[in-house]
Design a protein around this ligand. Structure first.
Ligand code: SAM
Length: 287
C-alpha cells in the first residue's frame, strides 16, 4: 500500500523549523519518503547548487523554492534564513550529496538556529562515510570520521600521526587525483594496516578495493581513479601493555614452536618487530 503524499496535507502537518535533509550520494532513488515530504512542504530549500537541487526535485516530480547556500552565499543568506525561522517558517537544508553538515555547509546555520530557539529536525538518509564503512569489511564497532585530509603531504602526515594511536576504524574523504599520494602517506604513518577504498558508491562504477595499505598504495586499479572516494583504515594492533607481557608471550611461543617461529607469531600478534623479538628470544634462552 502506498502512503499518500498530498502537498497540502504534508505542508500543513510540518512543524516550523529547520529540517536537515539527507539526499542520495549517487542513486537518485536513495531518498526517504519523509525527505520527499519535507522538500515538498518546505517554504524554502537551501542547497549548495541550485542545478543539483533542481535535478533532484525534478527526478521526484517536486517543485520547491531553491536558494543557494554554499560557502560563498552562506554569510548573505543566513540572516534571511534565520529571520524566516523566527517568523515560523519551514526551512529545508540539503547538500549536493548525502547528509548536510558532513563535510558540507550548514554548521553555522544550525548553531545560530539553535541559539535563537528554533526547532532543528534531522531527516536522516545516505552518507558516503557510513555507506563505505558498512561495505569495508573493517571493524564497525568504533569509528572516527576525519573528513578530507590536507592537500599537502606534510599536513597529511601530521594529521595521520595524530590519529595513529586511536583504536578505531578511520574514515577519510578523498578525491581521485590525490588518492595515491594519500595512500602512500597512510602506509608510511599507520604501517601496514588493513584498509579499503570505496569509490562511486551506489553509482554505475561502484568499486570497493580491500587490502593492506602498502598494497593499495601500489595497486594499479587505484591509479588516479575518477569519481568520489572514501578511504578507510582499520585500527592498529593493541599496544603491548608491558615488556614483561611481551617476554611472557615470547617465552610461551618459543617453548612451543622454537625461537624463529615464536618470534614471528608474537610479532604478528602484538605488532612488534620480528627481528627484535628473535634477538630477545635468543637472549632469554641464554639466560
Ligand atoms: N555530505 C556528504 C556525505 O554525507 O557523504 C559528503 C560531501 S563531501 C563534499 C563529498 C565527498 O564525499 C566526496 O569527495 C567523496 O569523498 C565522498 N563521497 C560522496 N559521494 C560518494 C560516493 N557515491 N562514493 C564514494 N564517496 C563519495
Amino acid at each position: 500500500m502506498e502512503a499518500p503524499r498530498s502537498s497540502a496535507t504534508k505542508a500543513n502537518a510540518m512543524a516550523p523549523g529547520l529540517y536537515l535533509v539527507a539526499t542520495p550520494i549517487g542513486n537518485l532513488r536513495d531518498i526517504t519518503l519523509r525527505a520527499l515530504d519535507i522538500l515538498e512542504g518546505a517554504d524554502v530549500i537551501l542547497c549548495e547548487d541550485t542545478r543539483v537541487g533542481g535535478k533532484l526535485l525534478a527526478a521526484h516530480g517536486l517543485k520547491g523554492r531553491l536558494e543557494r547556500y554554499d560557502e560563498h552565499a552562506a554569510e548573505r543568506v543566513r540572516p534571511k534564513a534565520l529571520a524566516l525561522l523566527a517568523a515560523g517558517g519551514k526551512l529545508a537544508l540539503i547538500s549536493d550529496a548525502g547528509t548536510p553538515l558532513v563535510s558540507d555547509p550548514g554548521y553555522r546555520l544550525v548553531l545560530e538556529a539553535i541559539a535563537q530557539g528554533a526547532a532543528v529536525f534531522p531527516a536522516p538518509g545516505p552518507s558516503a562515510a557510513l555507506a563505505a564503512l558498512t561495505v569495508s569489511g573493517l571493524p564497525t564497532d568504533r569509528f572516527l570520521f576525519a573528513g578530507f585530509p590536507p592537500s599537502k603531504s606534510a599536513g597529511r602526515r601530521e594529521l595521520f600521526t595524530e590519529l595513529a594511536p586511536i583504536r578505531a576504524t578511520l574514515i577519510f574523504y578523498e578525491g581521485g587525483p590525490r588518492l595515491r599520494a594519500s595512500l602512500t602517506d597512510m602506509a608510511t604513518v599507520f604501517g601496514n594496516r588493513q584498509a579499503a577504498v570505496a569509490r562511486e558508491l551506489t553509482k554505475l562504477h561502484e568499486t570497493v578495493v580491500r587490502g593492506l595499505l602498502a598494497d593499495l598504495a601500489a595497486d594499479p586499479r587505484l591509479d588516479a581513479p575518477r569519481g568520489e572516494i572514501v578511504v578507510l583504515v582499520g585500527p592498529g594492533a593493541d599496544p603491548v601493555a608491558s615488556a614483561d607481557e611481551a617476554d611472557a608471550a615470547l617465552a610461551e611461543a618459543v617453548a612451543r614452536v622454537g625461537p624463529a617461529r615464536g618470534a614471528s607469531e608474537v610479532a604478528k600478534a602484538l605488532g612488534l618487530s620480528r627481528r627484535e623479538l628473535y634477538a630477545r628470544a635468543l637472549a632469554l634462552r641464554g639466560q
